[in-house]
Design a protein around this ligand. Structure first.
Ligand code: ADP
Ligand code: MG
Ligand code: ZN
Length: 475
């Protein structure tokens, strides 16, 4: 039987605020356990939560960037359950009245542009973290993360393949970093995704029973977990069985999903409006302000790069996928306004360097101005293209300007025609047989002559001038 795959994703993104959603405790990662806590986030009796305005602002920015309808009236609810990392016995989350609904984002897929609808965006608080040390026969709990602001972005079940799922995540990931509301750190759990997946006979109007897969901390793992889960469901159905609606955990070491718990229903949580928090009302002025401050988004920037700079789509997508890279590119163009060479250098040498160092373009040891200056020097023939990579590597190490390095290392290109001419004459008279062969039609020998002159000048001869001189003399 042929099956159709149906996937819907729930993304939890940690918002980049300095303090927690309902108290003034720090959200900084990596502090000693339980040092970023207070009576509010520890859930002591009688304390009152106060909503962090910045959390709302960030959720609104995301709503605008994902084409959502902002809900002028929304509300916080209590989601009740017991777990040792949840001191209050309930999580404050938006439930029946989220801050945003009905949005969409666009993906570039093999089959063209595809729209994935977004069902809702809501705000909620994170829970704490249990620490299980195998050397101890008990567990510890760290409440530093309790009350850290999260935003949940829920897609409609519009995704049809594991690859599309990971593309959707990449676009969303890039988007929230662009608008600067989330740092997107997947290892630290700042960007997590639960994947809902089901299969149904091709053409069916009714979705199959879904499972929800958790614990994937990279785009690649989301794809792998979904592919595994689809196969698992297919086998069950082909054997005449029924898929059980449940939550499953991805085990990256074994490459399988394992059952974690039966699917909980909303009524299990006894949701009710949190009486400690006022309904959230957002006025038009605030929405207008957010809209007017919205930066150019990756999709628009990609299109602009294509029309304004005439770059191939591949370059545009790569350069604009990351805001810092796109900014770096445009700053570099202010010094050296030739888009394609700048793009090549960024996609090659610069990205390689940043990858090795593990830093963003905003922390690059080679500034965009200096890269621009280097490319200008190549363009003017002061340094050869071949030598430029050496200069670049040295710039990254020493943090010096390109001209300083070129002078220090004596890398200035030899463009002195008289000097080059005498070299050419010397080389040609030293190789009369090759000159004969060349004149008899073996023009490939040009490379041989150029090579000899390059060797004599330690690679510093201006290849353009050398070629020109050789051609003249070999006529
Ligand atoms: P819950 O809150 O119980 O997880 P939701 O209705 O909020 O359920 O849906 C969660 C996610 O599951 C959404 O992203 C939705 O698109 C997706 N989803 C719903 N039904 C299916 C299905 N049959 N197959 C795959 N995904 C689904
Ligand atoms: Mg869910
Ligand atoms: Zn606190």
């Amino acid at each position: 039987m042929e099956f159709e795959i149906v996937i819907g994703l729930e993304v939890h993104a940690q918002l980049k605020t300095k303090t927690k959603i309902f108290c003034g405790c720090s959200t900084a990662f990596g502090a000693a356990p339980n040092t970023h806590t207070c009576p509010v986030c520890l859930g002591m009796p009688g304390v009152l939560p106060v909503l962090n305005r910045r959390v709302v602002e960030y959720a609104l920015k995301t709503a605008v960037a994902t084409n959502c309808e902002i809900q002028k009236n929304s509300r916080f609810a209590r989601k009740n359950y017991f777990y040792p990392d949840l001191p209050k016995g309930y999580q404050i989350s938006q439930y029946e009245a989220p801050i945003a609904r009905n949005g969409f984002i666009r993906l570039e897929t093999a089959g063209g542009v595809k729209t994935i609808r977004i069902n809702r965006i809501h705000m909620e608080e994170d829970a704490g973290k249990l620490i299980h040390d195998p050397a101890e026969n008990f567990s510890r709990v760290d409440f530093n993360r309790t009350g850290v602001p999260l935003m949940e972005i829920v897609s409609e079940p519009d995704i049809r393949t594991p690859e599309e799922a990971s593309e959707y995540l990449k676009v969303l990931h890039s988007l929230i970093r662009y608008i600067d509301v989330c740092d997107g750190n997947m290892e630290e759990g700042g960007f997590r995704c639960d994947a809902n997946v089901s299969i149904m006979p091709k053409g069916s109007a009714v979705f199959g029973t879904r499972t929800e897969v958790k614990n994937m901390n990279s785009f690649k793992n989301v794809e792998k977990a979904l592919a595994y889960e689809i196969e698992r469901q297919r086998e069950i159905i082909e054997d005449g069985g029924l898929v059980v609606q449940e939550t499953r955990l991805w085990d990256p070491d074994r490459g399988v999903t394992v059952s974690m718990r039966g699917k909980e229903e909303a009524h299990d949580y006894r949701y009710f409006p949190d009486p400690d928090l006022l309904p959230l009302a957002i006025d038009d002025a605030w929405i207008d302000q957010i809209r007017s401050e919205s930066p150019e988004l990756p999709d628009d920037r990609k299109r602009r790069f294509q029309t304004e700079y005439g770059l191939p789509m591949y370059d545009c997508a790569l350069l604009t996928g990351d805001r810092e890279i796109a900014d770096y590119f445009e700053t570099c163009l202010e010094t050296f306004p030739k888009a394609k060479p700048v793009s090549n250098w960024i996609m090659g040498s610069l990205l390689g360097l940043l990858n090795t160092l593990g830093v963003g373009a905003d922390q690059s040891p080679v500034s965009p101005e200096d890269l621009g200056k280097l490319l200008k020097l190549v363009d003017e023939g002061v340094v050869s293209g071949a030598m430029a990579k050496t200069v670049f590597d040295e710039m990254a190490l020493a943090g010096k300007s390109p001209m300083e390095i070129i002078e220090e290392k004596g890398l200035v290109q030899v463009s002195d025609s008289d000097l080059l001419e005498s070299l050419v004459t010397e080389v040609l008279s030293g190789h009369p047989e090759e000159v004969e062969s060349y004149k008899a039609g073996k023009t490939k020998l040009m490379g041989f002559f150029v090579g000899l002159i390059m060797r004599r000048t330690s690679g510093k001869a201006n290849p353009k001038i050398v070629n020109q001189l050789l051609k003249e003399k070999l006529k």
